[in-house]
Design a protein around this ligand. Structure first.
Ligand SMILES: [Zn+2]
Length: 224
């Protein structure tokens, strides 16, 4: 009888061309992944085997441009201003040696900002940088990226159409959870208190109101 092996994160090689400096390079991308072991209360999922996050962002080792596979495709949004920023601010940091997953996300977040991406997208990249820091065991950098991410999510919630209406409640909860994990429980409580006002469908989002109450009063690190 064949016992199925637990599926793990499987990687594949891909070839990319940098849209900034035209350097061709090999990178590793995620072919498949299997989340297991639960989800942290900031939605950070654990995967079996290698964590897939660092492999979802690719980085050109010549100039420092970073992004998803799509950002290396034909439709990459490359302006002269972006090129200048990459060469001035990212390339010099490549001499520090191989970059960690969190640094790759940090670079990708900068690229997204310079491309004029929505705060929502930049916030996501910064959140992923924080998640990588958890796996890297870098508490100080984790807190830094959580704060940057919280500010960006706040900006997207403040903008008139920065966030889809049905996403507002979950992102409001997430901002609360980010501040809680940063260590600022007062700001966290303010955000958790706003969650119920942002809920559109109280029945479907009952879990979210319960999660906000729980994280405000008796916080847990993992969803049960
Ligand atoms: Zn490049």
């Amino acid at each position: 009888m064949n016992v199925p092996e637990p599926s793990m994160t499987t990687l594949k090689h891909i070839e990319l061309t940098c849209p900034i400096c035209h350097h061709c390079f090999d990178s590793q991308a995620v072919l498949s992944t299997n989340s297991f072991g639960g989800k942290r209360t900031d939605f950070h999922e654990r995967a079996a085997g290698a964590q897939p996050l660092p492999y979802l962002i690719h980085l050109c080792s010549r100039c420092g441009y970073a992004g998803s596979e799509r950002d290396f495709g034909d439709e990459a949004d490359v302006s002269p201003m972006l090129k200048e920023h990459v060469w001035d601010e990212l390339a010099p940091r490549l001499s520090e040696g191989a970059l960690s997953g969190s640094e790759k996300y940090e670079f990708a977040a900068k690229v997204a900002l310079w491309q004029g991406a929505e705060p929502r997208r930049v916030a996501d990249l910064l959140l992923r940088a924080a998640w990588c820091c958890v796996d890297e065991g870098d508490v100080e950098a984790e807190r830094y990226f959580r704060r940057q991410s919280a500010w960006m999510f706040e900006r997207s919630l403040e903008a008139y159409d920065g966030v889809e209406r049905d996403e507002r409640a979950v992102l409001t909860y997430l901002v609360g959870e980010l501040w809680r994990r940063i260590g600022d429980v007062d700001i966290a409580a303010e955000w958790f208190d706003r969650v119920s006002d942002e809920v559109l469908d109280p029945k479907a989002q009952e879990w979210l109101i319960a999660a906000a109450n729980q994280q405000r009063n008796c916080p847990r690190e993992w969803f049960g």
